[in-house]
Design a binder for this molecule. Structure first.
Ligand code: PSV
Ligand code: MN
Length: 376
């Protein structure tokens, strides 16, 4: 794969206000509707040339006419990426959604997921991304096995509704908001459900959703080998699911993960930024994130695979490690600047955006109305 083919999907919620459960800090110029979010996402693509699609989150991005929204995306040079479902913000979901003990709540949750597939049809989105907040907080609270049965039943119904060229991506997360059991806590659980469902079901790996010390590149290698790596939610974490900018906390981990992913043509793997920008400005936060992925990918593409294989075959541990480290330690920034210039882009996307005056424009224009925010 070449750098030209690397596409990183931005997420609509990155452009709205966000924060922690302690405080959401509002920022000026923040979008008030999905159309304004797309306009901001188009800026990220305009300056990086590498962010051509935008993930939506339903209901945060609900509109009356999804085909119209998709056409607007097209006018901006974008397309609609994964549709992220939300089965965690209704009052009914206190004890779960698709795994809830009450069949009426499960019905509500599945209906929402089916609505998301309708939105895929209307927008041309190829992926339904499912993450469930389901789980329990106390031993004995619910039947762990029965919850798996309910999950399987819900997934099967949604899977059956998928059309040609549509995929279901199942995301796992170790904990939160549940703290005792989580119904899809790890890649093994997600993989087992996907296997039962069929080939259109694949696993999403979100960098932030693991216990400290988990070797994510191993998970990626395993799922790729099985043809079940459907997508990646990029972000960084220092402790838990922090959703900070990808490559900020541990650029070496990002490099190691991409070293596995980019071994073969990465077609079919959705690279998405799943991040919120709580204290940093949003559009530059997304631009920087795309650049971080590009930089790590450029290093990975410098791995001398032939030398690596030879060292591995010979059992030369130090030589093999040196091949990887040589690539990681290469300063690819000058080459990336040339790469951008050759594509007619500014070699320094961060500076070009800062100079553009777009931020001042949206601050002046987006006055009144309700700012979009995580959870709204
Ligand atoms: C859950 O933590 C998650 O990572 C899922 O990808 C959601 O779609 C996203 O965050 C926003 O809630
Ligand atoms: Mn995610």
């Amino acid at each position: 794969m070449s750098l030209d083919e690397l596409a990183v999907e931005t997420c609509s919620w990155a452009f709205g206000n966000s924060g922690t459960r302690f405080k959401v800090f509002a920022q000026p110029g923040v979008p008030r509707d999905p159309y304004e979010k797309l306009a901001d996402a188009a800026q990220v693509h305009a300056y990086t040339g590498a962010a051509p699609s935008v993930a939506l989150h339903i209901p945060w991005d609900r509109v009356d006419d999804y085909a119209h929204l998709a056409r607007y995306a097209g006018e901006l040079g974008l397309r609609i990426g994964a549709i992220n479902s939300n089965t965690f913000q209704d009052d009914g979901y206190r004890l779960g959604s698709v795994c809830h003990p009450d069949p009426a709540i499960r019905r509500q949750a599945v209906d929402h997921l089916l609505e998301c597939v309708d939105i895929m049809d209307a927008t041309g989105s190829p992926e339904l991304k499912l993450w469930f907040a389901d789980g329990t907080n106390y031993p004995g609270q619910d039947d762990i096995r029965a919850r798996q049965d309910r999950l399987a039943e819900a997934l099967a119904e949604v899977y059956g509704r998928l059309g040609e060229g549509q995929r279901l991506l199942l995301e796992y997360k170790l904990f939160e908001p549940s703290f005792y059991t989580t119904d899809v806590p790890d890649w093994g659980t997600a993989y087992a459900h996907c296997l039962k469902l069929g080939p259109k079901a694949q696993v999403v790996v979100d960098t932030g959703h693991h216990a400290p010390g988990v070797n994510i590149e191993f998970i990626v290698a395993f799922l790729l080998r099985e043809g079940r790596l459907g997508g990646f939610d990029f972000n960084s974490r220092f402790y838990a699911d922090d959703d900070l900018m990808v490559g900020a906390a541990d650029p070496f981990q990002l490099f190691r993960i991409l070293a596995e992913v980019l071994r073969e043509p990465s077609g079919g793997i959705a690279f998405m930024l799943d991040q919120c920008h709580n204290i940093e400005p949003k559009i530059p936060g997304q631009i920087r994130s795309v650049l971080n992925v590009q930089e790590a990918a450029a290093k990975v593409l410098r791995i001398d695979r032939a030398a690596l294989s030879a060292a591995q075959r010979e059992g030369d541990v130090l030589a093999a490690n040196a091949v990887l480290m040589d690539a990681f330690n290469t300063d690819v920034r000058p080459a990336l600047a040339e790469f951008r210039a050759a594509k007619g882009l500014d070699p320094d996307p961060m500076a070009a955006y800062a100079r553009s005056g777009y931020f001042a424009k949206i601050c002046a224009e987006r006055v009144g109305g309700a700012q979009a925010g995580w959870g709204a």
